[in-house]
Write a protein that binds this ligand. Structure first.
Ligand SMILES: C[S@@+](CC[C@H](N)C(=O)[O-])C[C@H]1O[C@@H](n2cnc3c(N)ncnc32)[C@H](O)[C@@H]1O
Length: 411
């Protein structure tokens, strides 16, 4: 169950503002260290299959960069679609370093959608179809808001580095931490590259959500930033005029419709209620924090062109990947959770997506690179659900190693 989404201290966290410069400075160090780690591993990156050999973990719990994750390797093709299981910090560092000894992805990603944990102090679940039992998906519990920001900030630095000059970031948050994250984003992207604060009205709330003796909370916030304002890709989006609509002179309107504002799902013409409120939504995959496909379609259509590369570094159930695939974009989706990746894999398989898979494993665990069949040797992307030609893998379908009931490697 979701707990109240405010910082969990009895007194206002007045020191947090003063901590932001330190959080940011440390984030830059953590990001740089993650990149150094990825580059150091590059010399041992080879073509698939990757041997399950020893990986040492130069990670020390006493390391002052305490949010640094151990180095990782990833085998990912810039031209293909990829589902990655693992912590997004080493995953992004590996991309920036040049996965598989290939070119660096620095400045190669056209659009990033990020829907991280919101600092809600809650645990989230996944449910299999027809099975009421809940499986842990991820936890969003933090000792303090400062800890949460310290987790997120280095990831924001790396997202900025991945973005193309014409690229956009859409950062999905809520009032729990959103305003502090916006301050960090202003510092990382430059305030001049902030575009819009989009208010997404969640939908008609009822039950316990409407019981508060207060204004009923009913929106998330999506911060839109661009890497370099003059270069940004933006395809203006419209809500079509209703068929009965006439201008004052009685004529049918010309033009595509009403230009979409920065408040979404706030008029009868713009229906975008959260699927979490819709009992019978066909989109639902049983993931507590799954977002709407129409939300993603709007963002992807506005801020990328067909053929461009869309990344979701907190990919969850694969909503961004699924929509990007259908809209003809290339994509990469990263998530550290078993349940999230299982659902995303099934979802992409169901829609016939063509993609490869990689795993970022940390510490002494080896990187396991797999194709969509789940095996460790299939080279490159294959049609989802079917083994690559010549696949000789004995462990097809084997579960991911290193299971963690409450995956949150950054905590
Ligand atoms: C709010 S959910 C994303 C939901 C997604 N937009 C969807 O439609 O399903 C946040 C996700 O971030 C993942 N996550 C949290 N920390 C992560 C990390 N350090 N690296 C990768 N994924 C992470 C969680 O496992 C969770 O699935």
């Amino acid at each position: 169950m979701r707990l109240p989404s405010v910082p969990k201290t009895s007194a206002p966290d007045t020191s947090l503002l003063a901590l932001l410069p330190e959080i940011l400075a440390k984030a830059r160090l953590v990001a740089r260290q993650a990149l150094r780690d990825a580059l150091a591993m590059r010399s041992v990156l080879g073509p698939l299959p990757v041997a399950r050999d020893s990986f040492s973990a130069p990670h020390s719990p006493d390391d002052p960069l305490r949010f640094q994750s151990p180095p990782a390797r990833a085998c990912i093709d810039l031209q293909a679609n990829t589902l990655v299981q693992g912590d997004n910090l080493p995953a992004m560092a590996a991309l920036l370093g040049g996965p598989d000894g290939g070119p660096s992805w620095r400045g190669r990603v056209d659009l990033i959608y990020a829907d991280p944990p919101f600092a809600s102090q809650a645990r989230y679940h996944a449910r299999k179809p027809g099975d009421a039992r809940a499986q842990p998906a991820f936890r969003d519990t933090w000792r303090s808001l400062a800890d949460y920001l310290a987790m997120l900030a280095p990831r924001l630095v790396l997202m900025h580095d991945l973005l193309a000059r014409s690229g956009s970031l859409y950062m999905h948050l809520d009032p729990s931490a959103g305003h502090y994250v916006k301050v960090l984003l202003d510092a990382i992207f430059g305030g001049g590259n902030f575009q819009r604060e989009i208010v997404w009205r969640i939908g008609w709330v009822s039950g316990f959500k409407s019981a508060a003796n207060n204004w009923i909370r009913n929106h998330d916030t999506i911060y839109h930033y661009v890497r370099h304002r003059p270069a940004q890709v933006f395809n203006k989006q419209y809500i079509p005029y209703p068929s009965e609509y006439r201008r004052r002179d009685g004529q049918r309107p010309s033009g595509p419709g009403y230009p979409i504002e920065d408040t979404w799902n706030c008029s009868p013409l713009d229906r975008m209620d959260s699927i979490q409120l819709m009992s019978f939504s066909q989109e639902k995959r049983g993931y507590d924090t799954q977002k709407n496909e129409n939300l993603m379609a709007r963002i992807i259509s506005a801020s990328s062109h067909p053929g461009q590369l869309v990344a979701d570094l907190f990919g969850g159930s694969g909503t961004t990947a699924a929509v990007a695939d259908r809209l003809g974009r290339r994509w990469i989706s990263v998530d550290c959770g078993d349940a999230a990746c299982r659902i995303a894999r099934q979802r992409l398989t169901d829609q016939g997506a063509v993609y490869g898979e990689a795993r970022v494993l940390t510490g002494t665990r080896p990187l396991q690179n797999s194709a969509a069949c789940g095996c460790a040797v299939c080279p490159g992307p294959v049609r989802a659900g079917s083994p690559a030609p010549g696949c000789r893998c004995a462990d097809a379908g084997s579960p991911a190693p290193g299971r963690n009931d409450w995956p949150s490697p950054a905590a």
